[in-house]
Design a protein around this ligand. Structure first.
Ligand SMILES: [Zn+2]
Length: 484
């Protein structure tokens, strides 16, 4: 077998043939030519047989390493004239437009970025972290399921900090499918408005009678009476199947003369519940854009507030000890932070012992701890709504009598959001369910700190927690012996 055919088989690049292979001290260079005659615009896919000219130098892409060798693919590309985009260098099938890496290489980077830390990737693949950010963005743009905003019924809106200086990403989670479906930079009502604008791009200009054929899935059959042969939209869930007129659910046909409520045809109009924190910004936007949706408070945030209150009490106590120059006790106490904040069932033996000491010592910190656990207790699995109502009432009176400022404040907040908390429990949006995804998102955004843009950080969140399934190069195209 000739070297070029061997490399052709090794590289598995689509639609190319290998012209030449060169070994340099630190890399292998494989020169390839495209098999296809037609030139393709990288922006729109327009194809033509007419070549404008040829670029004076080779384009270079990094491909998967060959053992310890770096592998570069070189190709002399032609340029075309696209009626929409003007002069462009032709697209190649083995790499995304604008990339200096082959698709296989990018695929490996994206997969690793969702699994391992920064140092590992940088060292293993010999690329810098900002490049990883750009690759992740490109892969996400291409792979993200375009239908991910369809069929949303119960969602959560939450912010997560990205980078240190109070930079936030707002993420929308589909509670039923347990994945992140949308994100943007920023937080509060403005960010939520951005989500609703993308959910229903034309909703502001929606005026009855709406054109049902162009609408996203509707909750009820919509049919214009005077023109019977038109297909009707059938309802239930998910991507909307179009059924012939007269079929579907008879009870859902609109009676004559009844106007269709335009909001029923919007995707926001189908949201049943939206969960969020207690700051109020997201709630404002939800009430304006999806008034029918029940606003719920994510249990996660209630527990988080309780943890903050406990930490405040602990810190005050610790400072008191320090002021009393009881250095030994102060030091012992500083180490106690995690055993107080962690769930008791997750403590290590050593932490459990520390907790036992705090209990024995009693006092404010122990009292604060039991209050925090009582807050966690309302979201315990297996409690009925009635149980929780009783527990909240009892908790509120305990908090108000606690004589601990942070917990008295917490009690007021919980009282104010009592309905939202109960709604969350009624709908089964419980602590465990939201926390797992939340923790994953937080871990991933920390990994994305070094990226150049919020878009890259969002892309990594989507790749990890969104509607995308990433596959490694060998999973996408299993090695078979192609006959050339
Ligand atoms: Zn074009």
């Amino acid at each position: 077998m000739r070297v070029t055919s061997a490399f052709s088989r090794l590289l598995r690049l689509p639609e190319v043939w290998v012209r030449k292979v060169r070994f340099e001290p630190d890399r292998v260079i494989v020169e390839v030519a495209l098999r296809r005659r037609r030139l393709v615009c990288p922006e729109c896919g327009f194809s033509t047989a007419a070549r404008k000219d040829t670029r004076p130098e080779d384009s270079v892409w990094r491909h998967l390493d060959l053992g310890v060798w770096r592998l570069e693919v070189h190709c002399r590309r032609r340029r075309l004239w696209c009626p929409a985009h003007g002069a462009r260098t032709e697209a190649v099938p083995f790499a995304r437009p604008g990339s200096e890496f082959t698709r296989d290489f990018e695929c490996l980077v994206a997969w690793l970025a969702t699994k391992v830390d920064k140092t590992t990737i940088k060292r293993m693949l010999r690329i810098d972290w900002k490049t990883v950010g750009r690759i992740v963005k490109r892969v996400c743009d291409e792979e993200l399921d375009p239908g991910r905003l369809n069929g949303l019924f119960e969602i959560g809106i939450d912010e997560v900090s990205w980078k240190r200086q109070h930079k936030y990403l707002t993420l929308v989670v589909d509670h039923l499918r347990r994945r992140v479906v949308w994100g943007c930079q920023g937080s509060g009502a403005a960010a939520a408005n951005e989500f609703f604008a993308e959910l229903d791009p034309e909703s502001t200009s929606l005026s009855p009678p709406p054109d049902t054929s162009a609408q996203p899935p509707a909750r009820r059959d919509a049919k214009q009476r005077p023109t019977p042969p038109e297909p009707a939209i059938m309802v239930p869930f998910g991507p909307c199947p179009t059924v012939p007129a007269g079929e579907g659910i008879p009870g859902a046909w609109l009676p004559d003369g009844l106007e269709l409520e335009p909001s029923m045809l919007t995707r926001a109009g189908r949201l049943r519940a939206v969960s969020m924190d207690m700051t109020g910004g997201y709630a404002k936007s939800v009430r304006a854009n999806a008034p029918q949706a029940i606003v719920c408070i994510d249990p996660y945030h209630v527990v988080q507030l309780a943890n903050q209150a406990l930490d405040e009490v602990r810190r005050d106590y610790w400072n008191e000890l320090r002021r009393a120059s009881d250095q030994q006790a102060a030091k012992r106490f500083k180490d106690s932070r995690w055993c107080l904040l962690k769930a008791p069932e997750k403590l290590t033996d050593k932490q459990a012992a520390t907790l036992a000491r705090i209990k024995a010592a009693g006092g404010e910190v122990w009292r604060a701890y039991t209050l925090k656990e009582a807050v966690r207790g309302i979201f315990e699995a297996g409690l009925s709504l009635e149980d929780v109502e009783v527990l909240i009432t009892r908790l509120l009176s305990r908090l108000s009598r606690s004589r601990l400022q942070p917990f008295i404040r917490l009690g007021k907040t919980i009282r104010k959001h009592r309905d939202g908390i109960l709604s969350a429990i009624r709908l089964g949006i419980n602590q465990g369910r939201t926390e797992a995804l939340n923790n994953k998102v937080r871990l991933i955004t920390r990994r994305a700190y070094g990226f150049h843009s919020a878009q890259a950080a969002l892309a990594l969140v989507m790749l990890t927690c969104g509607p995308i399934s990433l596959h490694l190069p060998h999973e996408q195209h299993a090695p078979t012996i192609a006959r050339h």
